[in-house]
Design a protein around this ligand. Structure first.
Ligand code: NAP
Length: 498
């Protein structure tokens, strides 16, 4: 197979990868490819097609700042509209010719001698000066490790790999998990199935959903006066930032929001026993807050049972819960989340000395600004470690990172560097600071177990602060934070590696 050479290889065609592609093109850099493992683009918004899937962040904010969409039909868009939005971006900016489908990355290895990344994909090999991982945090579905799972005789699928060929009508169905995915899909399927058993290891905090249709008049205004939509976007952004006071610094303040959650539960569930089971025993915000007006009502249906217990075993025709009860079902839907802190790609990316990202992480992903790691020159991670947030749009963080990546590329070009890498002391200091700030946050002290915490119990996902602080930080480029290698034959850069 021929080995192609590109300047930038981007892994993944979700919001991160497509966003970077647009920014590269806008900067006049056209020598890049997007390596996409699937046969279509869109990342998590292509994969998650479960009934009821929609964004739980307002769409005015859950879109690129450089491509506002006046056509959103609802304030919180359904999945098909978001997927469609991404496809239109790809068309509008001429990204399609750069996408290589069915190119799952099997291995990426930094060649220090040649100062390039050698990338092996499912459809051939290539070398790239820069490797940008936009593989996504919510990309690889996670099934619990349950004894007997393989012997189950009925249908099994994950919320992110929905089997649309399987007709749930009249079936006895188990839903495992009570996160953002479950609360969206349960109300959709409950009226169809003969029996739904909802397994709840721990209840989530559910708040009233304020989703509504966007009127034609509003859409017309947004079309004619883009500034009006920008204004709405700004107000959504800043009102959400207020939550950081409570989540990041003063978890006690979140009691006010807990009261809203309790009131929502009281209004929607009259049975005291069911209410008791649905009342969380940890601080709101510790896990992602759930928004729904129809989840609680779905649980009050006569054909729905709430089992307030984890699933511990699967038998050929049933599930067994930790409370000892056994429940016969025809199908199991796992809404059990994703490999967030142990992504498969971390096993496949090897740095200068051959060690993998996973090896270096040892269960606790970390990076400088969530974007760069020592030993991995010319590699960038989009939505990397500690760039998550529980209150706003991931796009805010992604766009800040895109700016930083572009700045690094420009600086390297201007100064004739063949590689750029964060200094180990700078990466260590940054992560120390992140962990110190997280120590008092609701994500660490709220009294829950969440996917924000990794296998070692360390919070490797959340950025503990206002996102404007992160954005400000990402605006500058401090050459002294990095080690660089001068291009062969080029003048040695002032701060080149010793
Ligand atoms: P999740 O939040 O990781 O939830 C997984 C659920 O599975 C949890 O409720 C967990 O229980 C449960 N679970 C795992 N093993 C279990 C077992 N053996 N028995 C019973 N329950 C078990 O996954 P998700 O709902 O797919 O959401 C993941 C993330 O995706 C969200 O936090 C959000 O960021 C994103 N998302 C966003 C949207 C959106 O609207 N934008 C929609 C869906 C998802 P515990 O709670 O006890 O751990």
């Amino acid at each position: 197979m021929t080995e192609a050479e590109v300047r930038v290889a981007i892994v993944g065609s979700g919001f991160s990868g497509i966003g970077l592609a647009v920014r590269l093109k806008q900067a006049g850099m056209h020598d890049f490819v997007i390596l996409e493992r699937a046969a279509d683009l869109g990342g998590t918004w292509r994969d998650n097609t479960y009934p009821g899937c929609r964004c739980d962040v307002p769409s005015h904010l859950y879109s690129y700042s450089f491509a506002l969409n006046p056509e959103w039909s609802e304030t919180y868009s359904p999945q098909p509209e978001i997927w469609d939005y991404l496809r239109r971006i790809v068309e509008r900016y001429g990204i399609s010719p750069h996408i290589r489908y069915r190119h799952e990355v099997h291995n990426g290895q930094w060649d220090d001698q040649a100062q390039v990344w050698r990338v092996k994909t499912a459809s051939g090999e290539l070398t790239a000066q820069y490797l940008v991982l936009g593989a996504g945090a919510l990309a690889d579905p996670k099934l619990p490790d349950l004894p007997g799972l393989e012997d189950f005789q009925g249908e099994i699928f994950h919320s992110a790999t929905w089997n649309h060929d399987y007709d749930l009508t009249g079936k006895r169905v188990a839903v495992v998990g009570t996160g953002s995915s479950a609360v969206q899909l349960v109300p959709e399927i409950a009226p169809k199935v003969s029996r739904l058993v909802q397994f709840q290891r721990s209840p989530g905090w559910v708040l009233r959903h304020s989703n509504r249709r966007i009127t034609e008049v509003e859409r017309r205004i947004y079309r004619i006066i883009p500034g009006a939509q920008r204004l709405v976007r700004g107000s959504v952004y800043w009102s959400r930032e207020l939550l950081v006071f409570g989540m990041g610094f003063r978890p006690g303040l979140l009691r006010v929001i807990e009261a809203m959650g309790r009131q929502h539960l009281r209004r929607q569930v009259s049975d005291p026993e069911l209410r008791r089971k649905l009342t969380p025993n940890y601080r709101i915000g510790c896990k992602r807050i759930l928004l729904s007006n129809d989840y609680y009502p779905a649980l009050t249906r006569s054909n729905v049972d709430l089992v307030a217990s984890a699933v511990t075993e699967v038998r050929p025709h049933s599930l067994v819960a930790a409370d000892g009860t056994e429940h016969e079902v025809d199908a199991i839907i796992f809404a059990t989340g994703f490999h967030v802190t142990d992504p498969p790609y971390s096993e496949r990316i090897q740095g200068r000395d051959g060690s993998t990202l996973a090896g270096i992480y040892a269960g606790s992903p970390r990076a400088y600004l969530g974007t760069m790691s020592t030993n991995f020159p010319n590699a960038f991670f989009l939505l990397g470690p500690n760039t998550g947030q529980g209150h706003t749009s991931a796009l805010v963080m992604i766009e800040a990172q895109l700016g930083y990546v572009l700045r690094c590329l420009r600086e390297a070009e201007r100064n004739h560097w063949s590689s750029i890498e964060v200094r180990p002391s700078v990466e260590r200091a940054y992560n120390g600071e992140i962990q110190r700030k997280l120590a008092g946050s609701v994500w660490n002290t709220g009294g829950c177990a969440s996917w924000y915490l990794d296998a070692n119990g360390r919070n490797s996902t959340i950025f503990p602060g206002f996102t404007w602080q992160y954005r400000l930080r990402m605006r500058g480029f401090r050459a002294r934070d990095h080690m660089v290698t001068a291009r062969r034959g080029a003048a040695v850069a002032p701060d080149a590696r010793q």
